[in-house]
Design a protein around this ligand. Structure first.
Ligand code: VAH
Length: 310
């Protein structure tokens, strides 16, 4: 059976529901440091679990005969800048726990999320390639870059089948993001509907790679279902769907809500966003396991506004 660690987070919640739809509720165990939303809590087994507690994790793995783990627990970029050592502890020790359980053959397969945050200020910013200069300047980015190196090491040294995706900013209507720099791209839709205005914490011309959650979940399941020999990248796959600026997003929303107004008050998250690429080249994911995005900004905006308004 499958264990999702961090099942109550922005990705974890939707991943849990998608996995339960695919494999059946009882085969997918959700776990997190706190309880999740009603939909998640009522759809299958749940365990309170601290991802940094090796013994507790080993117990859950044994109790439910877990053979696959999705490790979605992490502290994201903005919050990690406020609590560097707590972020490092959570992001790294949770990963070591899962990698070591797999090394001991107690888990067969792992999914672990990386991020475009692994790229830094001197990474080429347009169509950023899979292997390029990578000097992340955020705690979160350093933890994701280190995590990628460890995943690659455990695969080559111990044969651990760990698979990973460098997610762009993710946009969903079912869950709220928590402590990220791309969170404006979710908040803007809620505010457009509730107040007709939004004050954006990034500058209007800040271009960032983004993806609708449905595409991100589809990619995750596609990568996990791929034949092992086709998974040629074992640090983490670049993945791309769309790139846009807050101004472009506001224009797209105004096609649906003509009176919507946006203003800009950049905060500390501007420096984080400025260190990341504007667009990503994901040719390896397309080559190795047939990746293809469905949602562009227009389709995403339509989906978000329709579902949030209903
Ligand atoms: C963050 N949403 O903002 C996450 C993600 C690429 C961004 O890593 O930190």
């Amino acid at each position: 059976s499958i264990l999702i660690i961090g099942a109550c987070g922005q990705i974890g919640t939707e991943l849990t529901l998608a996995l339960r739809n695919t494999y059946g509720n009882e085969s997918v165990i959700a776990s997190d440091i706190r309880e999740g939303n009603e939909n998640l809590m009522n759809s299958g087994p749940f365990e309170i679990l601290d991802a940094t507690d090796y013994d507790a994790l080993e117990e859950v793995i044994a109790y439910y005969s877990i053979n696959e783990v999705y490790l979605m627990a992490a502290m994201l970029s903005a919050t990690a800048e406020k609590f560097p050592m707590r972020a490092w502890n959570l992001n790294m020790n949770s990963l070591f726990n899962v990698l070591n359980l797999a090394k001991e053959k107690k888990i067969d397969k792992i999914f672990w999320p990386s991020s475009i945050a692994v790229f830094g200020p001197n990474t080429p910013k347009e169509d950023t390639s899979q292997s390029t200069i990578m000097e992340p300047s955020t705690v979160y980015g350093i933890s994701k870059q280190s995590g990628e190196r460890w995943c690659d090491y455990y695969f080559h040294k111990y044969g651990v089948d760990v698979r990973s995706i460098r997610y762009p900013g993710l946009i969903s209507w079912k869950t709220m993001p928590g402590g990220g720099t791309t969170d404006y791209a979710v908040e803007i839709y809620h505010k457009a509907l509730s107040e007709g205005t939004y004050t954006c914490f990034l500058k209007e011309d800040t271009e960032l790679p983004m993806m609708f959650m449905e595409d991100a979940i589809k990619a995750t399941l596609q990568l996990m279902d791929a034949e092992p020999e086709n998974v040629k990248v074992r640090c983490s796959y670049n993945l791309s769907a769309m790139s846009f600026t807050p101004a472009q997003m506001a224009n797209c929303i105004q096609k649906h809500i003509p009176d919507f107004k946006i203003s800009y008050e950049p905060d500390f998250r501007q420096a984080i966003a400025d260190s990341w690429p504007g667009s990503i080249d994901d040719q390896e994911a397309r080559r190795d396991w047939g990746w293809k995005a469905e949602f562009d900004l227009e389709k995403t905006t339509k989906e978000m506004l329709e579902n949030l308004a209903s």
